[in-house]
Every structure is written in C-alpha cells, then in structure tokens.
Design a protein. Structure first.
Length: 263
C-alpha cells in the first residue's frame, strides 16, 4: 500500500529528456506508482522501448518526439502533454546535453546549443506549465539541475553555468508562483553513473578519484534519484518550494584531511 503522502496515482506527468538513463528510470518509477505519463525525447528510438516497458508493466505512457533546442518547442510540448493527459499535475525537466571542452575551445555554437536545451527550454516549458497549473489550482515542477551548479570541474564550463541558471531559476519561479499553488524545486546530483557521464568516470584513474573523494566511496546510480523525485512531485513536499536537494554521496559534507597520510 502506498503512503498517501507519496501517492501519484492518476497524476498527469510530463517528463522531458525521458529517453536518457535518468529520465527513463524516473518515468518507470512514476508509472509504477500510477502516474499517467507523457515522455518526451529527441529520438523515437529512445522512447519506444521505454513506452513498451511501461505499458507491459501495466502503466500508462505516451511518447512525444520533439527537439527542445528549437525556441518554440518547449511550450508546444507542454501543451501537447496537457491535451494528451487532459491536464498537467507535474512537470519534470530532465532534458539536458553537454559538449565537454576546455573554455578556450568552446565555440558560440557549443554555447548556444547547450544553453538552448539546458536552460532556455526548461525556462519556457516551466512558463507554459505554470499557466496550466495555475488554472487547475496548482502543481509541481521538478528541475534536474546538477552539483556542478556549485562544484564545477574542468571542461564543463557551459554545462555548469546552465545548471547554476537552473538552480537560480528554480528559486525565481518558486517565489513568483507560490500563491498560485505551483511549487518548483530541483535536484542537484553529483555524477550519476550513466553513458552520458561516462567521459567523466570511464577512465580508471578518474573512477579511482571519484571513489576516493566521495565519502560513500562510489558514484550514484539513476535509481538513487527516484525517491527525491517522488517526494518533490507528491504531496509529501506540499510546503516546500524553491529548494535544491543535493544528492552527492556526501561529497559536500566535508573532507578527510588525513586521507593522504598513508599514500
């Protein structure tokens, strides 16, 4: 039996970037708890297996192929999801891209491409969702930010800047929309072990470094974000808005200054 606080049964949910490892894991978890989903991604090849998996398990999901790098697409995706689901209770902004380069090698095209998906699309998807949710009496927006909003690494300068923007935008939206019943929160995870992040952890020396600096001794997995998303999407967080949940294996808790003593 699901605790009523965390109940998502019948909730109308749009998940952008649902074809990726994190988005698809979130989608399957929410569908398993009774949410009705529209899952968006740029490729039908990424969405088809997800929709089939959810349907086979008895859930409800409809796919929506769209390129969020187009300036007008984000709002259109939200309105299409509303029409499909006959409402919109939850928006999960999970879409994101990256081009890893040193700052001196970043081109205007690199910059614009990353900003378009990671920040602009999220901004206008949220704007469209707010209008719908306000009319309906409320809703929840959950943004996938990143620990790089506050703790950056080499070669991800534009990505990190967009994620800092996502975290800041989360607070701005929360403040403006609170009296409309629309809550806006975000997650700031450290590196989650997926194909998307493999360039960061795929080499042995980097894997050893991550395992060393993370107090829990390992990187996270996509399913370790699910609980936080359910919390923020459900009534369990009904008096919470404008907040960033850091999920980092203890990285920002502090460091062990004796760790190099025996090395």
């Amino acid at each position: 039996m699901t605790d009523p606080l965390f109940d998502l049964d019948g909730r109308a949910v749009l998940i952008t970037g649902a074809g990726g490892a994190i988005g698809s894991t979130i989608a399957q978890a929410l569908a398993a708890r009774g949410a009705r989903l529209v899952v968006q991604d740029i490729s039908s090849d990424r969405l088809a297996p997800l929709q089939e998996s959810i349907t086979a398990a008895g859930g409800y999901a409809q796919s929506l192929v769209a390129d969020l790098s187009d300036a007008d697409t984000a709002g259109d995706v939200v309105h299409a999801a509303q029409a499909t689901l006959d409402g919109l209770d939850v928006l999960i902004n999970s879409a994101g891209i990256n081009r890893r380069k040193p700052i001196d090698d970043v081109t205007p095209d690199d910059f614009d491409a990353i900003v378009a998906v990671n920040l602009r699309a999220l901004y206008f998807a949220s704007q469209a969702a707010h209008t719908i949710m306000k009319t309906a009496g409320g809703g929840s927006i959950v943004n996938l930010s990143s620990l790089s909003a506050r703790f950056s690494f080499t070669t991800i300068s534009v990505y990190a800047a967009t994620k800092a923007g996502v975290t800041s935008l989360t607070r701005s939206c929360a403040r403006e929309w609170a009296l409309d019943g629309v809550r806006v929160n975000c997650l700031e995870p450290f590196v989650i072990q997926t194909e998307f992040t493999k360039p960061l952890w795929g080499e042995d020396h980097r894997q050893r470094w991550f395992n060393h600096v993370t107090p829990m001794g390992r990187l996270g997995s996509p399913n370790e974000l699910v609980g936080a998303v359910i919390f923020l999407a459900s009534d369990a967080s009904s008096w919470m808005t404008g907040q960033s949940l850091v999920i980092d294996g203890g990285l920002t808790a502090g460091a062990d200054w004796d760790s190099y003593r025996d090395m």
